[in-house]
Ligand binder design. Structure first.
Ligand code: ADP
Length: 544
């Protein structure tokens, strides 16, 4: 082959600071609205954000934070958290968002593993900080994200965020460096073993933001008003803190109040058009609007992912409230966006039910993410919508190695997601399960997600988890664990009958148990591992 010749375009590195510079310069007066921990609503603009992020970058420098060092956050979605995102990464250090919903022991492990130099925290997390401080000797300072007037008394010596900023002017130029430099760090919740760190780069983050904004992705534009419900401590709020300023849309941050009433109020008063979150949060919001006979006046679409979104929820949003649901799939190791579900032109004339069946899938890949499914022998499986196997991914915003990890998680250059899926001829992915949640009955697999989805359409069911219990003949059989809606009455027999004609007979659970609550992980997923432990010795009447 003849030798290639170099292209002759500029070498401008893809840096996170360029997103902020763009937003401040081209959408300078667009608002960022935050419900503060202090209780009030705070408003300012992208121009203000850049100014304060520059002050903070100088403050970090004054504190001795070096490029490459990690700065932790324990914070809700709000403007100060956004300032930290941009100041820390923009200066070449690493913004490490810690999920405060994890167990304190896990947080301590994470802060020490990441070797955080400073930790910035919202006042809500003071008790957590007081518990952590003695066990995190490498943390040089704990910064309370508030002003002097709201500084709490504490036995831990605290720094005051607004004082740090006040001591600096905004005369600061964002440094230029290699786009492959580390920018931020998130740990996966680690349902088994210790949490693992995913270290994103400036390049991966900027490319992921472009991908997120595309029309068949989140379709973000400067005409939008975006409220990320998904926390900034959970996979960088699915990239919205970068993708939204990149498009110049208005941003609304809900702070710590994620109940249906508080969210609905913000949606309406700020004119929110787009939102994103996990199914459990939307359960609360839908309950609130239903109970109070409310409507959404501006919200027109929402991305739901992180766990499978039940078809009943998609239907409710669309048919009762005229809000388009975009079902999405991804994971921390993928920045997180992988697939999003929208119809194509050729689907326009399909009967509504067929369109719905498609929209319940997790969707097709964004450019930048390549997918394949493989069987137990590692052989690639066909895209026929029926063959299911382990889902593997690759792309410029997919993990290569875990932070301080000693061995590569990749298999021949592909990252195994731990999910089991089918892919149809058009590339629409249907996640049937996490491989550890799949129910293996008599050599065949039952999709726990599909079993749950059916019963979520029952009017008395608030939440449902389907788990494997052991069975003498079939190895495993499905058990359904249900939380009823408040005040609802329903029997085991009625629930089982509901499956008639909706799934293959052998998929129908062997039994139903009603519980007050299903345990959730720190990222809002049902903790099936815990349920499996709880029901380890459960014997269903049919097999007793
Ligand atoms: P963790 O819970 O491991 O910290 P993530 O929040 O990154 O990590 O979760 C990623 C996992 O969540 C995926 O591998 C998949 O099992 C599950 N998931 C995410 N979105 C969906 C979806 N739309 N449908 C089904 N499962 C999903």
């Amino acid at each position: 082959m003849a030798s290639t010749i170099p292209g002759q375009m500029m070498h401008v590195p893809l840096l996170i600071s360029s997103i902020l510079r763009h937003a401040a310069r081209h959408h300078g007066d667009t608002e960022i609205v935050s419900r503060r921990i202090e209780g009030d609503i705070h408003r300012y603009t992208y121009r203000d954000l850049q100014q304060r992020a520059r002050q903070l970058a100088k403050a970090l420098h004054a504190l001795g934070v070096e490029p490459g060092e990690r700065v932790g956050t324990l914070a809700w979605n709000g403007y100060r958290h956004l300032e930290i995102y941009y100041a820390v990464s923009g200066a070449g250090s690493v913004c490490h968002t810690i999920n405060p919903r994890l167990f304190p022991e896990q947080i301590e492990y994470i802060a020490n593993h990441a070797d955080d130099r400073y930790v910035f925290f919202d006042l809500t997390f003071l008790p957590l900080v007081e518990r952590l401080a003695p066990h995190c000797p490498q943390v040089r300072g704990w910064v309370a994200m508030t002003d002097r007037a709201h500084m709490p008394a504490s036995e831990v010596s605290l720094l005051c965020y607004e004082e740090l900023l006040d001591a600096q002017d905004s005369d600061y130029a964002w440094p230029e460096f290699d786009e492959n430099t580390a920018s931020s760090l998130c740990y996966t919740s680690g349902t088994t073993g210790n949490p693992k760190g995913v270290l994103y780069s400036h390049r991966s983050t900027v490319l992921h933001s472009y991908g997120a904004a595309l029309p068949d992705s989140m379709a973000l534009s400067a005409r939008d008003c975006v409220l990320p419900v998904v926390p900034m401590f959970h996979v960088n709020a699915w990239g919205l803190p970068y993708a939204v300023p990149l498009t110049g849309a208005k941003l609304v941050f809900p702070g710590k109040d994620l109940d249906g009433k508080s969210l609905y109020e913000l949606f309406e008063t700020e004119g929110v058009t787009f939102s994103a979150g996990v199914p459990t949060v939307w359960l609360g919001l839908l309950d609130h609007v239903k109970k109070n006979g409310l409507r959404f006046n501006t919200l027109n679409r929402t991305v739901i992912g992180g766990s499978a979104c039940a078809p009943a929820m998609i239907r409710s949003f669309e048919e009762e409230y005229g809000v388009q649901v975009i079902h999405a799939w991804g994971m921390s190791e993928m920045s997180p966006l992988g697939t999003l579900c929208k119809l194509r032109v050729k689907h326009a004339n399909l009967p509504r039910e067929a369109q719905r069946a498609l929209l319940e899938k997790q969707g097709s890949a964004i450019y930048g993410v390549d997918l394949k499914i493989v069987g137990p022998d590692g052989q690639e499986l066909p895209w026929d919508g029926e063959s299911f196997g382990d889902l593997l991914v690759r792309g410029p915003w997919v993990i290569d190695t875990y932070f301080k990890g000693d061995k590569s998680p990749l298999v021949n250059g592909w990252f195994p997601t731990g999910d089991v899926a089918t892919i149809d001829a058009d590339g629409y992915v249907h996640i049937t399960d996490r491989s550890k949640d799949v129910i293996k009955s008599g050599g065949e697999w039952i999709s726990s997600i599909d079993v749950e989805n059916v019963v979520m359409a029952h009017p008395a069911v608030h939440e449902a988890a389907c788990i494997a219990i052991s069975h003498p003949k079939w190895d495993e059989r499905p058990l359904l664990v249900i939380v009823k809606k408040p005040g609802a009455q329903v029997t085991r027999e009625e629930i089982l009958k509901f499956y008639d004609g909706r799934v293959a007979k052998w998929w129908i659970p062997d039994d139903v148990v009603f519980v007050d609550e299903i345990p959730h992980t720190a990222t809002g997923k049902m903790q099936k591992l815990k349920l499996r432990e709880q029901f380890k010795d459960y014997v269903a009447p049919a097999s007793a």
